[in-house]
Write a protein that binds this ligand. Structure first.
Ligand code: ADP
Ligand code: MG
Length: 723
């Protein structure tokens, strides 16, 4: 075995987790949220009137008065300093999909050789990082590089704890000096406002005079892989691209199905427990942890929260997973497809809407009246997916998710809705009932009146649908494991707000008389289902029949990121974003530009890596083995032994193919001059990606025959099964 691999294996086997117990912190109820500037902290530290004003902003979306913010900020700072913080940081969420932070000290020199605390409320509320290096898609030229960060009061501030100190982190929105959104938080907050406004209109029609603020809720399930760090560092592709660009399939993959919900290995469990503890301290309500389907694959899921807070917490989950892993000698892979041939990772995004006064609006009720309201919200979601499928598809499009969507263990790139048998039946009755309406008025009402309470956990769970109703929420399963949930949430909130607007506008015209109103609702439901029912599909989304059927139904199917972005960039998308004040035309346009540029960078980096590894690791191993075989053949024929040259011929052949593939990749890897950003994406997809696939095909074939001691890249078997 090659020295690199041997060392990696040894260090993997010898790894011992630190003896220091992590859970020596007392009772979970004592440390949960201990690093959060929580509601409790605010109530204790703020004057009553200020506290009340702040709650009003958080709960009802009332704009925050600047003087209130100033007092809150001062209290926040003194809390942080008491806890030992020396610095504060505005955390923002640029369009790179990562988080960004700039730290400033709470202290300055006092001019006499000492330090003095110099922070004002203002500084904490608003910051001005030099923003010229963040992607803006042309919105902000570098000469007008001002970017502003402003505290998002609906997301709590928290302290990050290192061995060497504490930092106060303030979640902020990030915009240009012209007020245009440069980040993922601004549009998310705007989309939540739009959803709130339209949901209120619908609820008023159903007799809720004061429904309170309606918020989108999100519960993201995060899948990830863990591999030993020694392998991670011995694989340049994992290190720089987050996925393996080479690697023959091991004899054992996931076919035994012995991994899903299996016993969690000790080292992994220790890691998970520390991750949970760190997240608890930050007030992130993580709840579930288990083995996933593929070997070395796991999941962590929090309890759902308001979409905005859930988004900030989701970033913290990803960060914490990656931060804690090295302590256990592990590397955490968040890429959608780190290993070919076994399952990829998604981030199932559970979504609903509701509020303290009205509860979860996607919860089927016990009475026909509640059911009617539920069906209206449900139908609005169905209409939204049908009308704006390209936006949903676009919101999950990025280079790494291309390896997952449409592969046969992941939801396809075709957006459809799974309702479950019972609910699908109700909607079918509704759609059919219309025809008989004049004859037999009861038919429609029957469909609604007798809707039995749906079991919360619908028994017929469909794991293949990209957008599934799961009893009291929708689960958007096409979201990728590495991406921020902000983008998909912005789209969901916006398109559903649009449908609720449609519903409200129609029903506001209906007579108030309850009977007549009910009839109007039924008519509208029927219309929505007739016009949008083509997106409902309860069968196997992985099947070829569905692809054909979906094409017959005229559903869009953008298989790649470039196609998905092109499809999303249409009149309807611009209109709906602008209509609900979520993204202006310029803001939306800049985003398409940024996402295309990101695709170009991602694929180009992979192509260069692929070339590099093929040339410096795969090819050299191949010729060493070739030489060995050739020497053997020569030695044997020197002593007149008939020697069989089959293996040598095979290796010769593969090496010739490899050279050809590498040459081809080398030729195409540099994007020709003069192509638009859009054309560059198409070029990479059509020319460069196939050249990489071909290089890998030959290299993997070579790995299968090459002497094991010559092969220097850690194998799939080693990475997936040594824990
Ligand atoms: P699954 O069986 O789909 O893997 P999990 O328990 O792993 O289910 O995750 C389900 C997720 O859905 C959790 O994060 C849960 O809090 C979330 N969820 C439940 N109800 C809602 C809701 N009303 N809105 C948003 N998310 C919800
Ligand atoms: Mg789960």
């Amino acid at each position: 075995m090659s020295i690199t691999r041997q060392k990696a294996i040894e260090s993997a086997i010898q790894h011992r987790a630190s003896e220091e117990p992590v859970l020596n912190r007392g009772h979970i109820l004592e440390y949960f949220g201990q690093n959060v500037f929580s509601d409790e902290q605010m109530r204790e530290r703020l004057p009553k009137a200020i506290y009340k004003a702040l709650r009003k902003t958080i709960e009802e979306g009332v704009p925050l008065d600047y003087s209130v913010a100033d007092v809150v900020a001062a209290a926040m700072a003194s809390w942080a300093v008491e806890r030992g913080a020396t610095h504060y940081a505005h955390i923002f969420y640029p369009l790179t999909g990562l988080t960004a932070e700039k730290h400033d000290s709470f202290y300055s020199p006092d001019g006499k050789g000492g330090l003095v605390g110099d922070f004002s409320g203002k500084q904490l509320i608003q910051g001005e990082p030099d923003a010229s290096s963040f992607p803006s898609g042309g919105i902000r030229a570098t000469f007008e590089a001002r970017g502003y960060t402003a505290w998002d009061v609906t997301s709590p501030a928290y302290l990050t704890e290192g061995r060497h100190g504490m930092t106060l982190c303030i979640p902020t929105a990030f915009c240009s000096w012209t007020g245009e959104a440069l980040d993922k938080k601004v549009p998310l907050l705007r989309s939540m406002q739009a959803l709130n406004k339209q949901a209120q209109r619908v609820l008023k029609l159903f007799g809720h005079d004061d429904p309170g603020m309606i918020s989108a809720s999100a519960g993201p399930e995060q899948e990830y892989f863990l591999v030993d760090r020694s392998f991670f560092y011995a694989r340049p592709d994992l290190l720089s691209a987050g996925r393996t660009l080479f690697g023959a399939r091991p004899p054992k993959g996931q076919e035994l199905e012995d991994q899903y919900f299996g016993a969690i290995p000790d080292r992994v469990l220790a890691f998970m427990m520390e991750v949970d503890t760190e997240l608890y301290k930050l007030g992130v309500p993580v709840k579930t942890r288990h083995n996933e389907v593929a070997p070395a694959q796991y999941e962590i899921a929090p309890v759902f929260e308001s979409a905005n807070v859930a988004t900030d917490h989701q970033y913290l989950i990803m960060q914490t997973l990656q931060r804690v892993a090295p302590k256990y000698g592990l590397a955490c892979l968040l890429h959608e497809k780190p290993f070919a041939g076994i399952n990829g990772s998604g981030k199932h995004l559970n979504w609903s809407l509701g509020g303290p006064k009205v509860g979860n609006l996607l919860n089927p009720g016990a009475t026909p009246h509640d059911n009617m309201q539920f069906l209206v919200f449900c139908a609005a979601a169905i209409r939204a997916v049908n009308k704006h499928a390209v936006m949903l598809r676009g919101s999950v499009a990025h280079a790494s998710n291309d390896h997952r969507l449409g592969a046969n263990e992941a939801p396809p790139a075709i957006m459809s809705v799974f309702l479950g048998e019972q609910l699908a039946d109700v909607f079918e009755q509704l759609a059919a009932g219309g025809a008989k309406q004049s004859k037999k008025m009861g038919v429609l009402t029957v469909g609604v009146d007798t809707l039995p309470p749906l079991p919360k956990d619908a028994t017929d769970r469909n794991r293949t649908s990209p957008f599934a109703f799961t009893g009291n929420r929708f689960e958007f399963r096409a979201v990728g494991s590495s991406q921020s949930i902000a983008g998909p949430l912005v789209v969901l909130n916006t398109v559903i707000a649009d449908s609720l607007d449609y519903v409200a506008t129609e029903l506001e015209k209906a007579p108030r008389d309850p009977k007549k109103f009910n009839l109007a609702v039924q008519k509208l439901l029927q219309k929505i289902i007739r016009e949008n029912g083509r997106v409902i599909f309860n069968g196997d989304n992985y099947s070829a029949e569905w692809r054909a059927e979906a094409a017959r139904r005229g559903l869009p199917n953008a298989a790649s990121t470039p196609d998905a972005i092109d499809a999303m960039e249409c009149k309807e998308t611009y209109e709906v974003f602008a209509k609900y004040g979520v993204l202006s035309h310029r803001e939306a346009e800049s985003r398409f530009e940024i996402y295309r540029e990101k695709y170009i960078k991602d694929v180009t980096i992979e192509a260069k890596l692929c070339l590099n590894i093929a040339r410096t690791m795969v090819f050299p191993a191949g010729i060493k083995y070739q030489q060995l075989l050739a020497q053997t053949v020569a030695a044997l024929s020197a002593v007149n032994k008939a020697s069989c040259t089959t293996t040598l011929d095979e290796v010769d052949g593969l090496l010739a193919e490899l050279q050809k593939a590498v040459q081809r990749l080398e030729q195409v890897v540099v994007i020709p001059d003069g192509l638009s950003v859009k054309k560059q994406c198409a070029y990479l997809l059509e020319t460069v990606v196939p050249a990489m696939v071909e290089t890998r095909r030959v290299a993997d074939a070579l790995e299968r025959v090459c002497a094991d001691d010559i092969w220097s890249l850690p194998t799939y078997q080693e990475m997936l099964f040594i824990r």
